[in-house]
Design a protein around this ligand. Structure first.
Ligand code: GLN
Length: 474
């Protein structure tokens, strides 16, 4: 019997190479578990019908003596990342009927590595949200407490891992969508450096923030998956080579905590307690903790919720009923656009398009969009200055544990506030990871919380090093 609960990518590799089980048996075990759990959780929008065939291919490669870290490893992929010949909807009705005409670069890399794709994971429509309640195809539930949200927007990808329905998965992170659900479901989630992973074949939300990131059970697995998907891509001119920034290879030692923002974040008492305990643990592991100031960080949410909708409103203009998916006939071309977009986009997407076009409009461009860009530069400078003093920066990932389904559904602003600790890394483009840091007991359930670690551009190595120490991984 394969114990899916304990299995990691690292262990599965050893078992596959030892022929303890085949890639086909591994895939079958996951398919069985998905069949049992997905009805309640709705992590997957679709489980592919060629999973066994993919696994048999991987087994052939293993039989030929090939061994690479991800050969035969079953993964879930967020519904906004293109896999040639498969459906992709970004959680939206407007893309019903759309089939991906090409592979995203990350998918090409994973195919070459011999990954088995289990299916596409549910998400907030066009990755707008922090709860996976905004999908056009139903909510996803938190596997640890089904009355609660899994977080979002990569809620399906994270729930798939947390319900033992995938060994790991890919999500996308524009303002926290990999880290926040990772925190709510007790797994590891990485937002890589902006440009560290190609966005080619990822449906755009906020192009200057978006990045694809791995979701795994351990920091070691996260590093394994990241190492396969990262790298320069001629199809995405914003990708950067690993050598763009100097890697000092110095072992991280000094960790900064911007205590002034914690007090403003509206954290629950228990969440603060767990964070303080995490700091104590890091101290006992030999790290030096420094209280640091990031003077402009309190403007992060305002900056993010101006620039991101501005970019989203432009990116989503392509969904006009002509090029992709849904088409509704009106009386003329303009009518076609209006009918299709009105019927195809959900409320949150329409809200952000309205905000985005407003802040970009001639009369308000200077007052909002340009001002936000200036502040973005100031926030970046704050981080650059802080990293002269510290090797990494710590905050909680979220202000509290997973909230109840429906609790924030009618109050978009309260949902936006959830992103207070995660958006700065996207504004600045630096890498950030969320790792499980403890649990709080609520209504008889143990609900996890995450510790966020941020490092300078291209220093994912710092994140993995601190995370592995914290999580006791060798
Ligand atoms: N919760 C944030 C938002 O709604 C982040 C989304 C994301 O990272 N895709 O925009």
């Amino acid at each position: 019997m394969i114990d899916l609960k304990k299995l990691t990518i690292k262990d599965a590799r050893v078992h596959l190479d030892n022929k303890d089980f085949s890639a086909k048996e591994l895939a079958q075990a996951y398919l069985l578990n998905i069949e049992k759990t997905n009805g309640d959780i709705n992590a997957y929008l679709e489980v592919y019908d060629d999973v066994i065939k993919q696994a048999e291919e991987a087994d052939k490669r293993i039989a030929n003596g090939e061994s690479s870290p991800l050969l035969g490893i079953p993964l879930a992929i967020k519904d906004n990342i293109l896999i040639k010949g498969k459906k992709a909807t970004s959680g939206s009705k407007i893309l019903v009927g759309f089939t991906a005409p090409y592979d995203a670069t990350v998918i090409t890399k994973l195919k070459n590595a011999g990954v088995v794709f289990l299916g596409r994971a549910n998400m907030d429509e066009f990755a707008m949200g922090g709860s996976t309640e905004n999908s056009a195809f139903g909510i996803t539930r938190n596997p640890l407490d089904t009355s609660r949200v899994p977080g979002g927007s990569s809620g399906g990808s994270v729930a798939a891992v947390a319900m033992f329905g995938a060994l790991a998965s890919l999500g996308s992170d524009t303002g926290g969508s990999v880290r926040e659900p990772a925190s709510f479901c007790g797994v590891v989630g990485l937002k890589p450096t902006y440009g560290g992973v190609s966005r080619y074949g990822l449906m755009s939300l906020g192009s200057s923030f978006d990045v694809i990131g791995p979701i795994t059970k351990t920091a070691t697995d996260c590093e394994i998956l990241f190492n396969v998907i990262k790298g320069v891509d001629p199809m995405d001119s914003t990708t950067i080579s690993e050598n763009t920034y100097e890697n000092s290879n110095k072992t991280p030692k000094v960790l900064g905590v911007p205590y002034h923002i914690l007090d403003k974040g509206g954290m629950t008492f228990e969440a603060r307690e767990i964070f303080d305990k995490s700091i104590e643990k890091l101290k006992s592991l030999g790290f030096e903790i420094k209280d640091i100031k990031l003077p402009n960080i309190e403007y992060s949410l305002a900056v993010y919720y101006i620039i991101m909708p501005a970019e989203a409103s432009s990116n989503l203009a392509r969904f006009d009923g002509v090029k992709y998916g849904l088409h509704i006939d009106g009386n003329n071309l303009l009518d076609d656009y209006l009918e299709t977009r009105g019927a195809g986009f959900g409320r949150e997407v329409r809200r952000r398009i309205l905000i985005g076009t407003y802040v970009l409009s001639a009369g308000y461009h200077d007052a909002y969009y340009n001002k936000a860009l200036k502040l973005r530069a100031k926030i970046s400078k704050d981080f650059t200055d802080a990293f002269l003093e510290v090797d990494a920066i710590l905050t909680p990932t979220t202000t509290g544990p997973a909230f109840k389904i429906g609790e924030k559904a009618n109050d978009p602003l309260s949902l936006y506030l959830e992103d207070i600790f995660t958006v700065p890394a996207n504004i600045v483009g630096i890498p950030a990871i969320s790792i499980p840091s403890g649990t709080v007991s609520l209504e008889g359930k143990n609900l996890p919380l995450g510790l966020q670690i941020m490092a300078p551009h291209n220093r994912e190595d710092v994140l993995f090093s601190v995370s592995k120490k914290f999580l006791n991984e060798n």
